[in-house]
Ligand binder design. Structure first.
Ligand code: MN
Ligand code: MN
Length: 481
């Protein structure tokens, strides 16, 4: 036997070469840090409650930027040292001039502001069996059963032929009605429960209840004209009357509308200790919120700072507002003209360093077997580096270069900011992708980096209050580097 003094001495003399992960709660245990964490979480909860679509998120960002003195610039020019440009109301490019010229590179944080949801079809409204319903087409990776039997709100825009754009939000204010999709009663679900989950819930059954009572005018008309024209579908007619009274729209206007059904209600702190945030759309609005706060809190930077919030990530980054579009490239061209005339675009891109700010799957305590423990992310242990995404042999992945990973390790460790390294689940069990690979094609260094989320893509996702704070500090340190 050895005595305890000897053991202590031996321990002191032996350096540890093993990884020493630290929880953010342990790292930021001081009173001031905890107060800052709490303040950020409260603002984050309010942001999640207010922003449930990409347009609402971009509007929120736009207003925050204008308050901070950023100048909104149209395509073709940038005026000033702190600028931004909005694309179709759904994507935003932000830049702040650094002390170094653009050709010496930039620091870019890119996140996405679209989230999985139920979009209304262009011809949505019908009545049957005593109720009026709305047909939907889901957007992004939803698990269909999670959207049944829960209050839903309608958010979006209706574009009228005269050019006016009407903003629609129903189901969020106290006193507002909500909507829902009925689920099958267990008494009649004997056949359904025997089916495979993918067969049990059909997309064409995701139809939203929107009305029940008949239009008085339609009923009166029906008696007179025997079910002609307005007399048909009195419940649907009533819904159209109400939509017209509230928004001045008619059925054909729904052809040129983007209406999204999202979970109704507020985001909330979760747990007796209020240490978790629960709410819809945290993938990826947690990265939008933390990146925006990091940008606004950063001092005059060494390198030009660029922050991009994209649309359409959840359906493959397509379209004019997704990360595959040329929007970013065109913005950078204008930025070179304004801030570093004559610099080669290729040189600017190649000197850039970027973070694909996106969330990572947190280890689920009830499904630990789907994760590979050594390479999993734990809630509360800080932002997660995901060196590669993709599936089945890294197919479709951006795989970040080790030299860049080392550079980032040095940056965060130097700033005392906890972080973790993980990959998405066990090999061959699933997979995913982000915007990283669409930026990597320009030659800039990029890696996925964001907080862990539990219950991802569900109507009520979970993040850690400590992680939200730490992610913001990490983006801030990166933007200031
Ligand atoms: Mn995401
Ligand atoms: Mn996602």
């Amino acid at each position: 036997m050895i005595d305890s003094n000897e053991t202590e001495e031996t321990a002191q003399k032996t350096p540890s070469f093993a990884i020493d992960s630290k929880s953010c709660w342990e790292t930021y245990a001081g009173e001031a840090e905890r107060a800052a964490m709490r303040e950020l979480a409260d603002r984050y909860v309010a942001f999640l409650t207010a922003c449930k679509t990409e347009r609402e998120t971009v509007n929120f960002v736009r207003e925050a930027l204008l308050r901070a003195g950023f100048v909104e610039s149209p395509a073709g020019e940038f005026a000033g040292d702190a600028v931004f440009r909005v694309m179709k109301g759904k994507t935003v490019f932000v830049a702040r001039k650094g002390k170094k010229p653009l050709r010496d590179g930039f620091r870019l944080v890119g996140a996405h502001c679209d989230t999985p949801r139920l979009d209304l079809k262009q011809h949505p409204l019908y009545e049957d069996c005593g109720v009026a319903q709305l047909k939907t087409h889901y957007y992004g990776g939803i698990r269909k059963h999670q959207w049944l039997a829960r209050p839903l709100a309608l958010h979006g825009v209706v574009a009228k032929k005269d050019g006016t754009l009407i903003t629609v939000t129903i189901g969020e204010e106290p006193g507002d009605p909500v909507f829902m999709i009925p689920d099958l009663l267990p008494h009649l679900a004997y056949q359904q429960v025997e089916k495979k989950l993918s067969d049990a819930f059909e997309a064409e059954k995701l139809n939203i209840l929107i009305g029940h009572s008949p239009s008085a005018a339609a009923l009166a008309d029906a008696t007179d004209k025997k079910d002609k024209k307005n007399g048909k579908d009195p419940i649907k007619t009533k819904v159209l009357e109400l939509l017209n009274a509230r928004y001045g729209i008619e059925e054909a206007d729904l052809y040129s509308a983007e209406l999204q059904a999202v979970p109704a209600g507020e985001a909330k702190l979760v747990g007796l200790d209020r240490a978790l945030v629960g709410g819809y759309g945290q993938d990826d609005r947690v990265c939008v919120f933390t990146a925006l706060n990091a940008l606004l809190a950063a001092p005059q930077p060494e390198h030009t700072q660029i922050v991009l919030f994209w649309d359409k990530e959840e359906i493959g980054s397509e379209g004019s507002t997704g990360a595959k579009s040329h929007f970013f490239e065109y913005c950078l061209e204008d930025l070179i003209d304004a801030w570093d005339t004559g610099a080669h675009k290729s040189r600017v891109f190649a000197a850039g360093k970027a973070m694909s700010a996106d969330v990572h799957a947190a280890m689920d305590p009830d499904y630990q077997d789907l994760h590979e423990k050594l390479n999993s992310a734990i809630l509360g242990f800080g932002p997660v580096f995901c060196k590669f995404t993709g599936h089945r042999g890294k197919v479709g992945a951006n795989d970040a270069h080790p030299e860049y990973v080392a550079w980032l390790r040095n940056l965060l460790d130097g700033a005392g900011i906890p972080w973790q390294m993980a990959e998405l689940g066990r090999v061959d069990l699933g997979g995913g992708g982000t915007v990283a690979k669409f930026l990597a094609v320009y030659g800039m260094d990029i890696i996925d980096f964001g907080p862990a989320v539990l219950s991802m893509h569900s109507p009520f996702e979970i993040t850690s209050v400590a992680d939200v704070y730490t992610v913001m500090l990490a983006y801030k340190a990166f933007l200031a580097s």
